[in-house]
Design a protein around this ligand. Structure first.
Ligand SMILES: Nc1ncnc2c1ncn2[C@@H]1O[C@H](COP(=O)(O)OP(=O)(O)O)[C@@H](O)[C@H]1O
Ligand SMILES: N[C@@H](CCC(=O)OP(=O)(O)O)C(=O)O
Length: 371
């Protein structure tokens, strides 16, 4: 038994396209109904549910006589526009049978990467739940252009689990867990529990399922599960058919156990939801101070700046070797910093003596900048 799942008062459940649709026939109402019956029972048992549901694009293909997943953004957006309506109406009718009212929440990455929008999303979800509504979340594909897409609903589900302050996240797909290799390609062993990245070192994470409707593949599910587990939310990856067993805490699928203490909302947002608006380059001394001593970044350790950011924007703190050391909320506009570079705090006028990035406004990371 998994008490952290069985005892979860508020759960986020994400269901992929491969569990709800087929290329040929679009939305499979029977499979959608089966999931709704599980979630309706959960609600009847007093648990709160937020559903992240894929399937909009796939549900829009048949009505538009499109034979395969669109390759261009505009057609995918048109299919999503048609499919999302059918998807959410079918959910509304099915949940009504359980006496549950649903609400549609369509998000783009911008809705979560801007801190003010992140807070707004949290307030909206809280209010919907307080009113007894079951929120149904999807990416707002119709308007999500390439640069503001989440890209996959697995990552969106991990962010929603944090936004909703969920106690557990269940990622449902057409496979009953994470295997050490794609089970559709050859013999593979299901992994019962993941405690950290080391448990996945030998695992081959292949692409989306062969039914052609999925987007994320197992790699995005594992990445999303690791983000949520790091944020203090236990995750189960399994098949839609095992949703009831998984939510009851039975040892099905793959459990991603919680790791470390739950970061604050600001730290989580900085680490996983924010998008840097620029870079601040550090000398070796500043890298050591920030990385080893958890110090704030002072102007004396800054060697350069790039991007047109404003004070309070997220920026990447980059060392001399190009590795991102941390991400933080910068205290100055980009145009103010060149005059401060390398100067000691005592040599600066009073209004420029504050830290460039305060240690409480930064999170350490350790990867090369997205270039
Ligand atoms: N290591 C793995 N373990 C389990 N499934 C895997 C693995 N590698 C690749 N897959 C494939 O990932 C698919 C699920 O991803 P995807 O098609 O995106 O589903 P969804 O639509 O639910 O997001 C499975 O059907 C499976 O074929
Ligand atoms: N927003 C898209 C979902 C994209 C996506 O992540 O799909 P999947 O990999 O099936 O969860 C849609 O509704 O079609």
């Amino acid at each position: 038994m998994r008490p952290e799942i069985a005892g979860a008062r508020r759960v986020v459940v994400k269901v992929g396209s491969s569990s709800l649709t087929t290329l040929a026939d679009g939305l499979d109402v029977e499979r959608l109904q089966a999931l709704v019956d599980v979630l309706g029972a959960l609600r009847a048992g007093g648990r709160e549910v937020v559903l992240v549901s894929s399937g909009a694009i796939a549900a829009g293909l048949a009505p538009l006589a499109l034979s395969g997943k669109p390759r261009d953004l505009a057609t995918a957006q048109a299919a999503a526009s048609v499919g999302q309506l059918r998807l959410v109406q079918t959910y509304a009718d099915a949940f009504a049978g359980h006496g549950v009212t649903v609400g549609q929440v369509l998000l783009t990455a911008d809705d979560l990467t801007r801190r003010s929008h992140y807070r707004n999303a949290r307030q909206t979800v809280e209010r919907l739940l307080a009113l007894g509504v079951l929120p149904i979340v999807n990416e707002n594909d119709t308007v999500a252009t390439e640069e503001i897409r989440f890209g996959d609903n697995d990552r969106l589900a991990a962010l929603v689990a944090h936004v909703a302050v969920a106690d557990a996240l269940v990622l449902l797909s057409d496979v009953d867990g994470v295997y050490d290799g794609d089970p559709r390609v050859g013999p593979a062993q299901r992994i019962d529990t993941v405690h950290g990245a080391d448990d996945l070192a030998h695992v081959v994470l292949g692409s989306a399922s062969r039914n052609g409707v999925g987007t994320g593949g197992m790699a995005t599910k594992v990445e999303a599960a690791m983000i949520a587990a790091h944020a203090g939310v236990p995750v189960v990856v399994t098949s839609a058919e095992q949703a009831g067993a998984a939510l009851a805490g039975e040892p099905v699928g793959t459990l991603f156990a919680v790791r470390g203490r739950r970061p604050s909302a600001r730290q989580f947002w900085l680490r996983y939801a924010s998008r840097p608006r620029g870079e601040v380059r550090l000398d070796a001394g500043a890298v050591a101070a920030v990385r080893e001593r958890g110090a704030s970044l002072l102007a004396a350790g800054v060697t350069g700046v790039s991007g047109e950011f404003l004070a309070d924007d997220p920026v990447d703190l980059v060392g001399p070797d190009g590795v991102v050391v941390a991400r933080g909320l910068v205290a100055y506009d980009a145009r103010e910093l060149p005059a401060l570079l390398g100067r000691k705090t005592a040599d600066l006028d009073p209004e420029h003596r504050r830290e460039v990035v305060h240690r409480d406004e930064m999170v350490l990371v350790g990867r090369r900048p997205a270039s």
